[in-house]
Design a protein around this ligand. Structure first.
Ligand code: NAX
Length: 327
């Protein structure tokens, strides 16, 4: 499998590559050819990363291509993990950030269209991730639209772990958390359909934590603001947990989620009244290389309002991005 990582010289890249090369991401027997892309001034650091990969001696790693040329990086790839993005600087407005990233993802989408495998699976991590994915998708008309996704699995894992920590159970005991919408502070972490494995069998999280004030308040805030809390503590943004989440996202998409519901930002098909085409995070199950949006979940009034709020933010981002694209 040819796997491209853009922005590979950055901190998430450094934490992610061991997952890919050890078989955790694409399966324990899938041989990997890595295409590592970063900007020209990061090439020396990227060479250092390549040297470390060689020193690891991973059984599955067949070759490492290091380049600053996206044309080379995208040629023949089966999966593309897009970490590289223009970072938000102090005082920079969101629309300026969107404009900068629009240019990057427009060009990279165009190149994916030209030289990547027609079945390439793309996950965009670089922010604003959902809208960057939409821009790349719009510029790659020969690749199926559903192959463009954005990462909300980190938010999903955070939500699951918050509930697990509160109930003093392992994270794996909590199932069916959902992140709805945008990977931003409007995201809606929702546990109204979640269950937890207890000694008495599976119980609804809402029955075990009988505190709607917490589930509709503090819980949501903590998940929405977890990234900022980590920056405050570490003086660096999440990398270890982001890498694990990217690996989970790609693993479940390519290998299967084993019946588990996970969150992925994917092109909306209109499910749950979400405007068609937006790259919106939904609950999905994956098997045989495809994801399916979980249907018929109960959406109460509170959820409806939260889901619409984050949809409206995505609509605004989309309109701003498309205006730049059409300039
Ligand atoms: P770093 O700044 O450490 O690395 C980013 C790398 O991308 C740098 O090496 C840079 O040279 C490269 N780059 C910039 N423009 C590029 C381009 N046009 N082509 C190729 N490479 C380019 O950031 P890192 O901590 O690794 O985070 C990467 C991205 O993930 C950021 O945009 C960040 O905001 C985003 N995140 C998204 C998350 C999500 O859940 N969707 C969570 C984690 C993370 O904060």
């Amino acid at each position: 499998m040819r796997v491209c990582v853009t922005g590979a010289a950055g901190q998430i890249g450094y934490a992610l590559l061991p997952h890919i090369c050890s078989g955790r991401t694409f399966g324990p027997s899938t041989k990997i050819i890595l295409h590592l892309l970063d900007i020209p001034r990061a090439q020396q650091a990227l060479m250092g990363v390549k040297m470390e990969l060689e020193d690891c001696g991973f059984d599955l790693l067949e070759e490492v291509v290091v380049t600053s040329d996206a044309n080379v990086a995208f040629t023949g790839i089966d999966a593309c993990i897009m970490l590289g993005a223009f970072p938000r600087g102090p005082g920079m407005e969101r629309k300026d950030l969107l404009a900068k990233n629009c240019n990057i993802f427009k060009e990279q989408g165009r190149l994916l269209n030209e030289v990547a495998s027609k079945n390439v699976k793309v996950v965009v991590v670089g922010n604003p991730a959902n809208t960057n994915a939409l821009v790349a998708q719009q510029c790659a008309p020969s690749i199926p639209k559903e192959n463009f996704t954005a990462l909300t699995r980190l938010d999903h894992n955070r939500a699951q772990s918050q509930i697990a920590m509160r109930l003093k159970v392992p994270s794996s005991a909590v199932e069916n958390c959902t992140i709805w919408g945008n990977h931003s502070s409007t995201q809606y972490p929702d546990v109204s359909n979640s269950v937890v494995a207890t000694a008495q069998g599976k119980q609804k999280v809402g029955d075990v934590i009988q505190n709607p004030g917490y589930l509709h308040g503090e819980f949501i805030k903590v998940v929405q603001q977890r990234g900022a809390a980590i920056i405050n503590a570490r003086k660096l943004s999440s990398a270890m947990s982001a890498a694990k989440a990217i690996s989970d996202h790609m693993h479940d998409w390519v290998v299967g989620s084993n019946g588990k519901t996970v969150s992925m930002a994917v092109p909306s098909d209109g499910s749950y009244g979400i405007e068609k085409g937006l790259i919106y995070s939904f609950p999905v199950v994956c098997s045989a290389g495809k994801y399916t949006i979980v249907q018929n979940l109960k959406v109460d009034q509170f959820s409806r309002k939260m889901m619409d709020e984050t949809m409206n933010e995505l609509k605004q981002e989309r309109d701003t991005a498309l205006a730049f694209l059409n300039k």
